[in-house]
Design a protein around this ligand. Structure first.
Ligand code: FES
Length: 103
């Protein structure tokens, strides 16, 4: 289980993760806020819908893709948490409009 170290910097940034208020230390990433919120996943893969959560925490695996402040596909481990930041799950790929039927 991911837990913040008590001797760390003072918790002074509050973000919103899937509607939950989460307090993280200044300088923590949005991915850290996701893990601190206790979510088991932040996104589903586009093909099979498999659950994913932050893994490498260094911008490589892309398992931390999330919707941050309304912008999809953000690597949350590479973005610093800001007060009031809205982090939301991103499930499956973007739906495409079906091609018009030709007669
Ligand atoms: S956790 Fe791997 S890219 Fe963000």
């Amino acid at each position: 289980m991911f837990q913040l170290r008590p001797e760390g910097r003072p918790a002074n940034v509050i973000v919103v993760v899937e509607g939950r208020l989460v307090r993280v230390p200044a300088g923590a990433s949005a991915a850290a806020a996701i893990l601190a919120a206790g979510l088991h996943s932040i996104r589903e893969t586009s093909v099979k819908g498999s659950a994913r959560a932050p893994y490498c925490m260094m911008g490589v695996c892309h398992d931390c893709l999330a919707d941050i402040d309304g912008v999809a596909n953000q690597r949350s481990c590479m973005i610093e948490a800001r007060a009031g930041m809205q982090i939301r799950c991103q499930n499956r790929g973007r739906r495409l409009n079906p091609a018009p039927q030709s007669s």
